[in-house]
Design a protein around this ligand. Sequence first.
Ligand code: BTN
Length: 249
Amino acid sequence: MTLPPAYTLVALDRVDSTNDEAKRRAGAGAPEGTLVWARSQSAGRGRRGRRWDSPEGNLYLSLILRPDCPVGEAARLSFVAAVALAEALATLVPPLTEITNKWPNDVLVNGRKCAGILLESSLRNDRDLDWLVLGVGVNLVSHPEDPERPATDLAFEGAGEIAPETALHAFARHFLRWSDRWLEDGFAPVRAAWLRRAHGLGQPVTVRLGGESFTAIFRDLADDGALLAELADGRLRRVEAGEVFPVIA
Ligand code: BTN
């Protein structure tokens, strides 16, 4: 299996975090398309400062990107990646397996989190984007137990034991196609694809933002990636960062 020529693979046995390794390399001038992949991580990181369990057997990769666009627009790349990742996973699971996108960037398999995305950036002159590091973790053969955030892995969902290389190639191919689409046609097709697989659209959710939390209906994805939540009085509230939990009736 060869990667598309847009990527240069850096394959490591073990590293602290592929995002940290990619950030070090980006800072030292590594070009766009540098793809850091490790078989395990000793300090894998998730969103919101959480730990990302990283034993051997799962997929851990980080891609260096240097898009020529404003910082605000680059944040949409996490949705480009989420759509690509959902499509890639759909090629690896048995038919009828449900693959959904949970706001902002999780991919769920049969309703449980199977993959996550961590996008980090660095600015030049405090203003322009210098580089982005797009980190992707996929649970292939094991998953953590967390009652608050139920997780799963592809083997548990009946996909068999998928080699990390196979999942890496599937993601790389789909990400290339979706990032080209984003560059050519803008965010609209990405948003539409994300919404087609949106988990909990039209359903009540609890939104947690720092110390605050409220319940609303998940109505839509704005064209900058914010979640649009309908409050009890009918007003739409934009949520730009936070965490969303289903409301159990
Ligand atoms: C999340 O919280 O959902 C995001 C998880 C991102 C995990 C991946 S694993 C590869 C890369 N290296 C890291 O330390 N984190 C990301």
